[in-house]
Design a protein around this ligand. Structure first.
Ligand code: HEM
Length: 668
């Protein structure tokens, strides 16, 4: 190809690229509920169970819906097709996680698999975990799962009211035994306490938008002492426990391996797997090992609790599952893993538990790393992608009577599009799909089988013998910050009204002066003197407080607002009094006579004298003799109603102009 030919091709390629990029930027975003400028849909985000609101919105805007929150793009996928097309078929660019400065960077959870950015660290850690959780190790893990569940049964028998604590203890002891060969006796065990603590901290920080720093990452660099920087101290405190969870159990096993006393475990296998291990390898191993607990404990506990709830609400389903187990398992023996393939009803029941109350209704958020086009819509790079698994699993067209637990729906299948296996939507998508699915399902199976063969589960009753209806309310892994907007919004609206009215009045006064041919102060100067500065500060503080509360950026801002508001208001009132005093002093001067007050221009704020007296009046009037006081009390308070414009007849002469050069610095 000649030089000209190459140049031509290059030019054509450049034009084509330009057209593609232009076309791209012209494409619309997916439809979604209209929001406000910049804050977008922030005020519409439901505090809890956002997946339910997203499901309703999806009926209006479709299965690929765009939301914007404080400048961040969110795309909610609500159908298997959209989820598969983007998160699975295009997983090369849809497998990152959104950056969460608080939870990720500041608390260190971005080093653990679930929140780790898509890249080398994630790949290396995940590889270790996936190999540890492979079906090859399943029989060994099954033995531990069965033995731990067996230990659990007498605990429920002894104290059925605390069945939830026992479940947490069961999962903790199973997971620690497998990951670190460590036997947990009860929930007071220091290792369990540490794990529970990190889980708690994780949940509190995991709320998208829970901390202002997640919306404005620059805030992570503010100094610790800065007002409102309580989140930094919190992050430091929480980071200590996550670092501890990563290091301490691992170091314990490392020591045991050196001493030759280590029990078989995932971590011991990791440590033994490499000769001459580097600190980097060791770090990867620690992260993989801690991820096992962090990702596996709460999720499994939640599924087990759902099982108990479903059994208490659907006794006929429970009875059928028990009959199936009893018909297979001879008396005196408990079911085990070898019975599983012969328990189709129980298998269907567990599928239904996953569908009915999915542990992660919005899975975990993914992040798209490149601009993309889907169905003619633009998906901007960096957008957070939420897969609404709950919507898919509760779509009546796919699962008729979606809110009922009906295991039969999977047994008598006549239509392959109806009642598909729900598990592909319960354990996540694409390259971030849950690596612990097999382990979780095994834990749930042996738990359900043993509990059903030994106990009847029913609703609790109160001392009067009345049945207590259990609440079927789930908060899910992902929650939006809870905030009561009403107070903030009404305060913001009222402050705005005060400001607008004040400025209209100030503007009118200035216009009036100009029309009289006098050169008054500039508008900005007047605004600085009309008291609106205090209300502007109050308004800014309220808005800041609203944002901080929405993002739970710790309460310092509220405290600041509470402390500063009365000061500002009292300052404003003192200024009013000062203005009046100054005006009174000016009355006797020629200057005051030269520039006085308009009769028809209300120029100051006045309070009902019947209620609080005229706050504008100087304090001296309060202490004046009765006669004087009488005089003051008789002053008409409402300036517009007063024939003299509301100013004391004896204090000022009424001319056509307002005296605007009052000294607002208060002498009182
Ligand atoms: C009923 C129990 C469980 C449920 C419902 C569940 C569900 C999920 C879901 C929805 C995700 C997010 C997938 C995505 O981003 O698309 C996930 C991720 C993950 N799960 Fe599970 N999980 C369960 C148990 C477990 C267990 C027992 C383990 C460990 C042994 C585990 C380890 C993980 C890890 C490490 C990730 C992060 C994967 C990644 O980001 O690459 N999970 N899980």
């Amino acid at each position: 190809m000649t030089g000209y030919g190459a140049l031509l091709v290059l030019c054509l390629a450049a034009v084509a690229l330009y057209r593609i990029l232009r076309h791209r930027s012209q494409l619309p975003l997916p439809p979604g509920p209209p929001g406000l400028p910049y804050i977008g849909n922030a005020l519409q985000m439901p505090a809890d169970q956002s997946w339910k609101a997203f499901t309703q919105w999806a009926q209006v805007y479709g299965d690929v819906m765009h939301l914007s929150v404080m400048g961040r793009d969110f795309v909610v996928l609500s159908s298997p097709e959209a989820v598969s097309d983007l998160l699975e078929k295009r997983s090369a660019i849809y497998s990152d996680r959104p950056v969460m400065p608080m939870l990720g960077e500041m608390m260190g959870y971005n080093q653990l698999i679930p929140l780790s950015p898509y890249g080398a660290h994630h790949r290396d850690c995940r590889k270790l975990l996936v190999s540890g959780l492979s079906p090859r190790n399943e029989p060994e893990y099954n033995m531990v799962q069965a033995a731990k569940t067996l230990e659990y049964l007498p605990k429920i028998l002894a104290d059925s009211k605390r069945f939830r604590s026992h479940i947490r203890c069961l999962v903790a002891s199973t997971v620690f035994q497998i990951t670190h060969g460590y036997g947990v006796a009860n929930l007071d065990d220091p290792m369990t306490q540490l794990a529970e603590q990190t889980n708690d901290d994780f949940s509190r920080a995991a709320t998208p938008g829970a901390f202002l720093v997640d919306a404005f990452p620059i805030l992570q660099y503010v100094p610790d002492w800065f007002p409102g920087a309580g989140f930094k101290r919190k992050a430091k405190e929480w980071r200590k426990s996550s670092d501890k969870l990563r290091n301490e159990p691992y170091e314990m096993v490392e020591q045991q391996v050196i001493e030759g006393t280590a029990s078989p475990s995932f971590t011991a296998d990791l440590i033994r797997s490499k000769e001459g291990i580097t600190p980097e390898d060791q770090y990867i191993q620690k992260c993989a090992s801690a991820s096992f607990y962090v990702a596996g404990a709460d999720t499994t506990v939640s599924a087990m609790e759902s099982f108990f709830l479903a059994m208490s609400l659907y006794p006929e389903v429970q009875k059928k599952a028990q009959e199936e187990i009893d018909s297979l398992v001879e008396p005196g023996r408990l079911p085990n893993f070898s019975d599983r393939s012969k328990l189709p009803y129980l298998d269907a029941l567990l599928k239904e538990i996953h569908r009915w109350n999915p542990v992660a209704p919005l899975a975990l958020p993914h992040r798209v790393t490149e601009n993309d086009i889907y169905r003619g819509y633009r998906i901007p790079a960096g957008a957070t992608i939420l897969a609404n698994s709950w919507a898919i699993l509760h779509d009546p067209a796919r699962y008729p009577s979606p809110f009922d637990v009906i295991p039969e729906r999977y047994l008598s299948k006549t239509n392959e599009h109806l009642n598909p296996d729900p598990r592909p939507f319960e354990f996540g998508y694409g390259r971030r799909v849950c690596p612990g699915q097999l382990f979780a399902e095994d834990s749930l199976f042996i738990f359900a089988a043993m509990v059903l063969s030994t106990f009847n589960i029913s609703k609790a009753s109160n001392p009067d013998g009345k049945t207590i209806e259990p609440e079927v309310e789930y908060t899910g892994v992902i929650r939006w910050a809870t905030v009561s907007m009403v107070n903030f919004v009404s305060t913001i609206v009222s402050l705005s009204i005060v400001l607008i009215l004040t400025w209209i009045k100030t503007y009118a006064i200035r216009k009036h002066i100009s029309s009289m041919g006098q050169s008054g102060k500039s508008l900005s100067n007047l605004c600085a003197r009309d008291g609106s500065i205090y209300f502007v500060i109050l308004l800014i503080m309220t808005i800041f407080n609203l944002v901080a509360t929405t993002y739970q950026a710790i309460g310092d801002v509220t405290v600041l607002e509470l402390a500063v508001s009365p000061i500002l208001i009292s300052r404003f009132l003192l200024d009013l009094r000062g203005a009046d005093t100054a005006r009174r002093n000016h009355v006797d001067t020629d200057e005051a006579l030269a520039s006085t007050v308009s009769e028809d221009t209300p120029e100051s704020l006045c309070f009902s004298s019947a209620v609080v007296g005229n706050l504008e009046a100087p304090l001296t009037s309060f202490f004046a003799d009765d006669e004087d006081q009488q005089e003051h009390e008789e002053l008409p308070c409402d300036l517009t109603d007063s024939p003299s414009g509301g100013l004391a007849e004896n204090s000022i002469k009424h001319e056509d102009t307002v005296h605007l050069d009052v000294d607002y610095t208060c002498e009182a």
